[in-house]
Design a protein. Structure first.
Length: 113
């Protein structure tokens, strides 16, 4: 997967928009960031429940990583884009988006893939 694959999905989600912050691509709903990318676009950060973070990373340490120590307080995980399969990327992006979008909007959205 690449940032272009993620962008193709994230840009279609209701209320989602792309922003460039300090040279990094981020996707937001309102002011809340639910996806971000490293400057070299090889790592994607995504909203994910912090109480499940160790489980996700422990199951696939080759794909998933802890965020920086300063970001551990947030509901966030990092993933190596090249290690993700399309279906897995789609699920991670949709779940991250659902964490930040109003429940009504998430309930009305029907993925087209």
């Amino acid at each position: 997967m690449t940032i272009h694959d993620v962008r193709a999905l994230a840009s279609t989600l209701p209320l989602s928009y792309e922003a460039l912050v300090a040279g990094r691509v981020k996707f937001r709903v309102g002011r809340i960031v639910y996806l971000s990318f490293s400057r070299d676009e090889t790592v994607m950060g995504f909203a994910f429940p912090k109480e499940e973070r160790d489980w996700l990373i422990g199951g696939s340490p080759d794909k998933f990583m802890q965020p920086a120590a300063s970001d551990l307080r947030y509901n966030y995980v990092l993933a190596r884009l090249a290690a993700l399969h399309r279906t897995e990327m789609q699920e991670l992006v949709l779940d991250a988006w659902r964490m930040v979008v109003p429940k009504r909007v998430a309930a009305e959205y029907k993925p087209g893939f």
